[in-house]
Design a binder for this molecule. Sequence first.
Ligand SMILES: [Zn+2]
Ligand SMILES: [Zn+2]
Length: 288
Amino acid sequence: MYWANYHSHCRYCDGSHSPTAYIAAAIEQNVKAYGFSSHAPLPFASQWAMSFEDVLTYFKEIHLLKAKHATQLQVYTSFELDYISSNFVSPKQWAQAFKVDYLIGSVHFIDTFANGQYWEIDSTTQVFKHGLELIFKGNVREAIQRYYALTRAMVQQQVPDVVGHLDKVKIHNRNEFFFDEGETWYQQEVQKTLETIAKCGQIMEVNTRGLYKKQAKETYPSTWVLERAHELGLPIMLNSDAHHPSDITKEFGSTAKLLQDIGFKQLQVFWDGQWQGRSFDHTGIDIG
Ligand SMILES: [Zn+2]
Ligand SMILES: [Zn+2]
């Protein structure tokens, strides 16, 4: 049994090390398939996205690693693509022109402040509160509903292969300060979003970053959401959203156990250049 991780960041965006360092760490951590999914360039200044100028070098470097380590593990190229409201054409076609192996779609921004700056949901709690007050007049429910509406629009319009960290909007809600996941309106939004993903035939990732960074008590998405996803027969995969080489398989064993307990029998892997379901347990996935 081996692990696989398809959601990762390196020094081309906001990750800490060179791609080479991640591959060395992946091999050490019993990983047989590794995908680089740098934040795709954005049409405005950002602290964490890759710059347009670096894209060619990014692909060149990863393709070299692909060839160099072909006997040890499968290396893949990807982008984590943002979905942004209003007048922003998704760069999917542009990304595909580089022949990425797969795309992860994520929502990190909800609408804009009066000065046109986008409100980032997973920045500091202070920024989160600021956006809530200024853009949504403190109405948490409206803001969260907007987040899920944007997620559904992304699923339907951007059509990524993988839906990234579905409920990351809970990042500042560790002690339920902003909303209660048990409330009917919240559960309805999530359910509608899961149904949209199922209808569009995409894969939902189970992302362990919130757990090992202690930003959330559970994975993205929460256990109850995973139970709903299981009822809908949604295909899932396990990712760490690694930003450091030591993150690559963090919380994989415990999360795989949780997924088995919920009833999932397979995890999706990108293997030999295509998506496929493979059996798994707390020690790894049946690949390699
Ligand atoms: Zn993300
Ligand atoms: Zn990410």
